[in-house]
Design a protein around this ligand. Structure first.
Ligand code: ARG
Length: 593
């Protein structure tokens, strides 16, 4: 496959020039220019090379090295300009012919120039992480959106990726719920120790009941230690397999499952696996045995723990509790069991957890414990955390009652806002009600996802519907609009003949080609840093370049056939790449709007 990264191609050429000067080929690294008004690309290698020479005791200055390398590069006919700036930066500008030829390569590429990894990996992404019986809240939104984007990005790069939702279905909240149902309906057969089944096929509780019972139960346990103890005991009995509890718990899981599925469908988020913490249970005993054989389990106040602190730790890392004093397993032990399960069933090269950054200590404990016992190497377990979505007060978004805002409420706000904006402009143009609703849903989702993903993953951001839904600025709707406009331009102008040449006659075309060419590098960076906002930046740049191109260059009514064909090719290529990027971000584009 041709390498469709301009920066990589230029790095290879500049590297040879450095090598010819007796210097390391790696100094030839070329990147997009920091000063696009002066040059398209730059190479800073002369400075690094001079520094290295100085350390070795020879006195070459960076400008001299820069001059020598630049002189060699001037011999290449692909450059329109090679110049030296400041203490030794080499500025590079390509000829329009070279750029046009490169654009034709991207136009002919079925992957729109997307970067492909040399050695793809098998990867599990653990994201979503909702809890049974609890409706999704705003905190789950980022896990879903970012996890989905990373999954698609890694697939596009060539990895074999499995997305697993990792349901919270096995912790203390399950015991609390069983207790709450028993307190309301003590006569159900699930609670009678003498009955071992079969149990009713119909669930005694609906989703609404769970949503009502869970907060009640959890408040009761907080207020009353006896209740709390009882819930723990019930949890331990559930985990030990008491038939009535298991049967009731299965109802909780399947009722929640249906509700969650609907919510994730609305978000356009899909999981390959709907496994949960409970699926780790069969691996707990083997884990304990492995830990025992390695002498890694310690008794502490009736619990069995793994010490994971290390000398030189800058902060205190408490031990991971493998088995609590009442015999139940906790969040850390189920995560270890899940690693075992994944190793056995998928055998991944790497597991990535897309989970709130505030859980970093938990993952530190799990990863260290896993490494200690030789289960899975720590350097192939990644916690890719994210910041919080904040309210206008810049604190994590809460309801007036102080609970985390339910996701439904947030999505409804978004939807209503989108309907308002879309309706006013389109209903007069004869769009049907259904199409308008579909467009509004897509605009709302694009606004939300783009706003979320365009912030660096690790930072917090403020939820601001008006800003997210604006058709101006770096927003989802702006970029969606650009993608739709390209479709309509092509509809009017038609497609160019297969293989039509690209020609650069104007600044806006040159700029658009450079934007298209920046895709593989942006994608690679987004991939390597696990940072989808880098892809958002690329989509924004591409949309802006297209808008400039559209304003300055005639397409449908361009009289010169070769110029028209070239512009058709550029428009089509831009549309394809933009849709690919948006699709990778999980953003769907309507046919028109
Ligand atoms: N259910 C957890 C929560 O709501 C998130 C699970 C994240 N994944 C994991 N493997 N621990 O906090």
């Amino acid at each position: 496959m041709a390498v469709l990264s301009l920066a990589e191609r230029l790095s290879a050429i500049a590297g040879q020039a450095f090598e010819a000067e007796g210097l390391d080929i790696a100094f030839g690294r070329v990147q997009a220019s920091d000063r696009p008004d002066l040059a398209q690309f730059q190479c800073n290698g002369a400075l690094a090379a001079a520094k290295q020479a100085r350390e070795k005791g020879s006195g070459t200055n960076p400008r001299a090295i820069g001059e020598a390398v630049a002189a060699r590069l001037r011999d290449e006919d692909i450059f329109a300009d090679v110049s030296l700036a400041g203490p030794g930066f080499i500025n590079l500008t390509l000829t329009d012919d070279y750029l046009a030829g490169f654009a034709a390569l991207v136009a002919g590429d079925a992957r729109s120039g997307a970067w492909a990894k040399d050695t793809p990996e098998t990867i599990v992404i653990d994201y979503g992480g909702p809890n049974v019986a609890k409706p999704l809240h705003v905190g789950h939104l980022r896990a879903a959106i970012i996890g989905e984007a990373l999954k698609r990005l890694m697939r596009l790069a060539g990895d074999d990726v499995t997305g697993d939702i990792h349901l919270g279905d096995w912790g203390k909240q399950m015991g609390q719920l069983i207790m709450a149902v028993r307190d309301e309906m003590p006569d159900l057969p699930y609670f009678d120790k003498d009955i071992t089944g079969p149990y009713p096929a119909e669930s005694p509780v609906a989703l609404d009941d769970l949503a009502r019972l869970y907060p009640q139960a959890s408040a009761a346990c907080k207020a009353d230690t006896a209740k709390n103890e009882e819930a723990r005991r019930i949890t331990a009995e559930l985990q030990a397999g008491r038939p009535g509890y298991i049967a009731l718990w299965r109802h909780f899981v399947s009722v929640s499952h249906a509700g969650l599925k609907r919510e994730y469908d609305d978000l356009g988020v899909t999981f390959d696996l709907w496994k949960g913490e409970s699926d780790a249970q069969p691996f707990i005993q083997p884990l304990v045995e492995l830990l025992e054989s390695k002498d890694l389990l310690e008794e502490s106040e009736g619990a069995r723990i793994i010490r994971v602190a290390r000398e030189g730790d800058s902060k205190k890392i408490p031990p991971l509790i493998m088995i609590s004093q009442d015999g139940s397993v906790l969040y850390g032990s189920t995560d270890l069991g899940t690693i075992w399960d994944r190793k056995q069933s998928i055998n991944p090269d790497r597991i990535i957890y897309v989970v709130d950054a505030r859980q970093s200590q938990h993952f530190e404990q799990v990863f260290r414990a896993s490494d200690l016992m030789g289960l899975f190497p720590e350097d192939r377990l990644e916690h890719q955390g994210f910041g919080t979505i904040n309210g206008p007060d810049d604190k994590p978004y809460k309801t007036r009652e102080g609970d985390a805002l339910p996701l439904r409420v947030l999505l409804d706000q978004m939807k209503t806002g989108a309907v308002d904006r879309v309706d006013t402009s389109l209903s007069e143009r004869g769009y049907s009600k259904e199409e308008l609703a579909d467009i509004a849903a897509k605009v709302g989702m694009a606004a939300l996802k783009f706003a979320d993903l365009s912030n660096p993953r690790t930072t917090n951001y403020i939820f601001d519907i008006d800003k997210f839904l604006s058709f101006e600025g770096k927003t989802g709707p702006y970029i969606l609009y650009a993608a739709v406009r390209i479709k309509s331009v092509l509809e009017r102008a038609g497609m160019a003949e297969q293989g039509s040449a690209v020609m650069i006659t104007q600044d806006a075309e040159r700029d658009l080609v450079l934007s298209l060419a920046a895709f593989p590098d942006a994608m690679r960076q987004a991939y390597e840093k696990r940072m989808p906002h880098i892809l958002c930046d690329h989509a924004w740049r591409l949309a802006q370049s297209f808008s400039k191109f559209y304003t300055n260059c005639r397409i449908a009514d361009e009289p010169e056939p070769a110029v028209k064909a070239s512009r058709q090719v550029l428009a089509r290529t831009t549309g394809e790449q933009l849709e690919l990027v948006l699709g990778t971000l999980g953003i769907a584009v309507p046919d028109r709007m």
